[in-house]
Every structure is written in C-alpha cells, then in structure tokens.
Write a protein that binds this ligand. Sequence first.
Ligand SMILES: NC(=O)c1ccc[n+]([C@@H]2O[C@H](COP(=O)([O-])OP(=O)(O)OC[C@H]3O[C@@H](n4cnc5c(N)ncnc54)[C@H](O)[C@@H]3O)[C@@H](O)[C@H]2O)c1
Length: 72
Amino acid sequence: MNILITGGAGFIGSHVVRRFVKGYPNYNIYNLDALTYAGNLENLRDIEQYPNYTFLKGDILDEPFLNKIFVK
Ligand SMILES: NC(=O)c1ccc[n+]([C@@H]2O[C@H](COP(=O)([O-])OP(=O)(O)OC[C@H]3O[C@@H](n4cnc5c(N)ncnc54)[C@H](O)[C@@H]3O)[C@@H](O)[C@H]2O)c1
C-alpha cells in the first residue's frame, strides 16, 4: 500500500507524515513537497531514515510529474 502526502515538509504536513510513517510501518509513505519558504526537511530529520518513508521534491501543479508518480 502506498500513501502520498503533499505539503509534508510544512507545519501541519510534517506532523501528518510522522504519524503515518510511525503508525503504519507496512505502508510506503511518500512525502511530495516543493520546498517553498514554508517547507523545511529539518521538520522530518527524525524519520528520514525509516524504510517506509520517501521524500519527493516536486510541485503539485506539475501534471506530468504527478502522472509519473501515480504510474510508479
Ligand atoms: N509554529 C506555528 O505555530 C506555525 C508554524 C507554521 C505554520 N503555522 C500555521 O499553520 C497553518 C499552515 O500550515 P500548513 O502545514 O498547512 O502550511 P505550511 O505553509 O506550513 O506548509 C505548506 C507546505 O506545502 C508545500 N507546498 C506549497 N506549495 C506547494 C506545491 N505547489 N507543491 C508541493 N508542495 C507545496 C510547502 O513547501 C510547505 O512544505 C497556518 O495557519 C500557519 O499560520 C503555524
């Protein structure tokens, strides 16, 4: 099972990502974030090595990029 969370490097998103990564070890959690001024990967240092966590840098407005992710 794969779960895609957008804006996961921000204030609310980082808490959501952490909760899912720790609470659902059998799910692959993908954090898609454009890392604007509001995004900071420091928010997720403690979980970045978890095997079920993947960070994807990208923009949710980038349709070809999103389609590639969905296919994968
Ligand atoms: N310390 C605090 O109390 C604190 C800190 C930050 C924010 N807040 C509050 O939290 C609320 C907002 O939090 P939030 O987490 O919803 O927003 P946020 O602005 O904190 O984070 C949004 C995230 O989405 C990403 N993003 C933006 N556009 C994107 C795009 N096109 N594609 C991919 N990613 C994109 C950003 O890089 C960022 O990581 C506001 O009310 C704000 O005032 C409070």
